[in-house]
Design a protein around this ligand. Sequence first.
Ligand code: ZN
Length: 254
Amino acid sequence: MAASEKIAVLTGAGISTESGIPDFRGPNGVWTTRPEAMKLVNIEDYVRDPQVRIQAWQERMRHPAWTAKPNEGHRALVELERRGTLLALMTQNIDRLHQAAGSQKVIELHGTIWLAKCLSCGRRTRMQEQLERVTAGDPDPVCTECGGIQKSATVAFGEQLDPLVLETAVVASSACDLFLAIGTSLSVQPAALLAAEAHRRGARLVIVNQGETPLDDRADVILRAPIGVVLPVIIPGSKSDSEDQSPPGAAPAT
Ligand code: ZN
């Protein structure tokens, strides 16, 4: 980490579970405990069935992102950016906890729940604005410009990723000298592709994840400990200055 000058970071649900946001496929994941919730994130069902949309708006009202706070893992990555060695912070998360922690170079691969978008004209509005309409009694608020169906500005199953966002992520992954995959099972695209591309281009691959990933055999280092514990240790300077970072036997700094 200390020797790397161009670090690309990819984070998944695992970094936010420590902030109280459940993941999807884990033992306590949203889709594990409530498989029916998966239907709410399929674009075909969403467009076809008003009941799915009404339920989806209710889910958005209750989403833990509105009250969640960033944790030590998010904060450690801010330090990486401050040091100037961060090429890009790519995330599969839609909760904006990286930004809440202070990160600026965030690439939101799967969009954000903090914005709503119209599926017809593409107009984006603040999610809170739309949720206020739901609270006021409109169970499925349509676009005020064109009357189109609206949803969160996140990438549902069956939707395309923003091509510009994907391009930026691919460029960063190709150019990095270290690829840090955090809290992601690397089982969906483009996550797996980005990590594989970085490895193919000669970058070191470090995986911090509780479970196994399909790229484990290509990783230089795999860390299975909790993210909020691991990141402050492996990112130099992200712990407070009073804590001694020197390895045993190291010469004191002069
Ligand atoms: Zn519209």
